[in-house]
Design a binder for this molecule. Sequence first.
Ligand code: MRU
Length: 346
Amino acid sequence: MIQTLEWTQSGVVFIDQTKLPTEEVYVTCTTHQQVADAIRNMIVRGAPAIGVAAAMGIAIGVQKSKADNIGDLQTEFAGICENMGQTRPTAVNLFWAIRRMTEKFESLRSKTIPQIQQALIEESQRMHAEDIAANQAMGRHGATLMPASGGVLTHCNAGALATAGYGTALGVIRAAVEAGKKIHVYADETRPFLQGSRLTAWELMKDGIPTTVISDNMAGVMMQKGKIGAIVVGADRIAANGDVANKVGTYTVAVLAKENNIPFYVAAPMSTIDLQASDGSKIPIEQRNKREVTHIGGKQMTPDGVGIENPAFDVTPAKYVTAIITERGIARAPYNDSLESLHKKS
Ligand code: MRU
């Protein structure tokens, strides 16, 4: 199984996703600042992986603290969380993880500092294990929606690399393949960061799942030619009304899916659903460095001085989403009701 991130005695170990697919390099972060930088620089990326990484980063920050009383530890803890919260704004799993670690810390106020340190490490490891279990459950629910055979298109990387393991959208595909379905994955390359061609293709090849990479602008013609039976993607944040923020380009795929009568599924854990955001307009969209667009592999691709945009995510309106697959079951429109009732179910 692909190890995206792991708590070890020497620190939090990440597979460096900026180096894949040509180099399989692991980096060890020994401070919370290093973990925050790994998230910011996308050594680790993908909403659920960012959440678990942040929790481990907070745990390592507390573990390394020199505070000798709870008041000082509390102040330090707040600073670590503040720093972690400034890494990437769109994936709500980051803020979910910070809140969960904060609630844990609050519940430990009567304990000794070594006990708090240990309990926070354990909490982050629990979140790691729960994420894998959630992905496997999502896989079981979602596999039933996949075609018995044929092409399934995905955008970005919502796989083992984007989670603690197994993946959300790729978890659904993995579970369908494990159930005997003959799926051929079409992976959008996903400009500008190439999560599809570099990461999705890499991990599916490792699993021996037949995969074809297409450039993003080929998705329409593949649908039109009948090569795609279903689409499944992940999400960075889902609003209460079912609007979905995911990797930029997802919206284009969803509109094309509707035009071609192809089901468009979103697979995401409950930690990605933000009931505080009433609709997609409330979701903050990260703008990334223009260099990701102007350069490919270090080579300049655009003339000096030209205008550049680089929003990392877009919002797909709920009307394009056939169903949302979670670990608690499948939600369908109207999403305000279905997501709310999944939220109440435990
Ligand atoms: O910018 P990234 O690579 O972190 O964006 C990742 C995505 O958009 C994924 O589709 C999403 O986080 C779901 S991952 C299970």
